[in-house]
Design a protein. Structure first.
Length: 291
């Protein structure tokens, strides 16, 4: 913990630096690509695991399941024997998946991604401060650790939900295909289509969650140095949503998020809306800007 003497030394350095410094325009923060790449890799690795399980373990057994269903219909077996086999097959698939992709490994991967985003945003935050004030400001950030911890917990829950949805969808496709008497090729085609949906969801979550944490850390760190307002800044390309484009250049208060969707009335700060790439550029108080 800094002593009074440390604080006074830092204050004298701050005043000297401020007298020499000419404030510059605050630039956008660079995007946390390393964190995004780690989250994307994490999601794609799990998706590849599901794809491999289907192709190596489920697809070879589809023909047998269809034959058994035909025997069930003709009275050769118990009416529900094929359902028992489907349950057994998917229980085995999920067990194999859980052994390969453990909760511990997931927590390590998500924690590493969160740490990269946090470190990157902290550096970009200090660059903005130094551009405007001429010095770095090191202040307590009690909310940052809470936000990072919440991000880790939320994403581990999202991963479990995504995995559960995927296996439930795979099982439903097989059951429906068998009950309708579809061919093996048709069932496989449906499963491959569902795998593509799973891949798209994993990539969507990686981008969306990276943006949300990046935006939240920006808000917390700006507030920690006394910034209460920001200027909404978009990426200014063809992918910017019309409402976000309307907000571009407007001054907003961190304590009151603006409406980002006029139909639903949904409110959010930059990065809080789904896949939002906007940023909040700090509006520094006059007492910080004055020498």
């Amino acid at each position: 913990m800094p002593t009074l003497a440390d604080i006074l030394v830092q204050r004298r350095r701050f005043v000297k630096a401020r007298r020499r410094h000419k404030p510059k325009a605050v630039k956008r923060q660079k995007y946390p690509r390393q964190g995004l790449l780690l989250l994307s890799k994490f999601g794609l690795d799990r998706w590849r695991g599901k794809s491999r399980l289907l192709r190596e373990h489920l697809y070879p057994s589809l023909g047998g399941l269809l034959q058994q269903a035909a025997l069930d219909e003709s009275g050769g077996y118990r009416k529900d024997s094929v359902n028992d086999d489907i349950i057994r097959v998917f229980s085995g698939l999920q067990l194999l998946f859980a052994r390969r992709y453990t909760d511990e490994a997931a927590e390590i991967a998500v924690t590493e991604a969160a740490s990269r985003i946090d470190i990157h945003q902290s550096g970009e935050h200090q660059k903005q401060i130094k551009s405007a004030l001429g010095v770095e400001l090191i202040v307590p950030e009690p909310g940052v650790a809470v936000a990072v911890g919440g991000f880790i917990t939320e994403n581990l829950d999202l991963v479990k939900t995504l995995d559960g949805d995927d296996f439930a969808a795979f099982s439903s496709i097989v059951r429906r295909g068998i009950s309708q008497g579809l061919r093996v090729g048709d069932i496989r085609a449906e499963l491959e289509h569902r795998l593509q949906i799973s891949k798209n969801r994993a990539l969507f979550l990686a981008v969306d969650q990276t943006n949300k944490l990046f935006g939240k850390l920006t808000k917390l760190r700006q507030e920690s140095v006394g910034v209460t307002e920001y200027t909404w800044d978009t990426s200014q390309d063809e992918r910017v949503r019309p409402r976000h484009a309307e907000l571009h250049g407007t001054r907003q208060a961190w304590k009151n998020p603006p409406v980002v969707d006029l139909k639903s009335g949904r409110k959010a700060h930059p990065g809080g809306d789904y896949r939002c790439r906007c940023q909040g550029l700090p509006v520094f108080p006059a007492e910080l800007l004055a020498a």
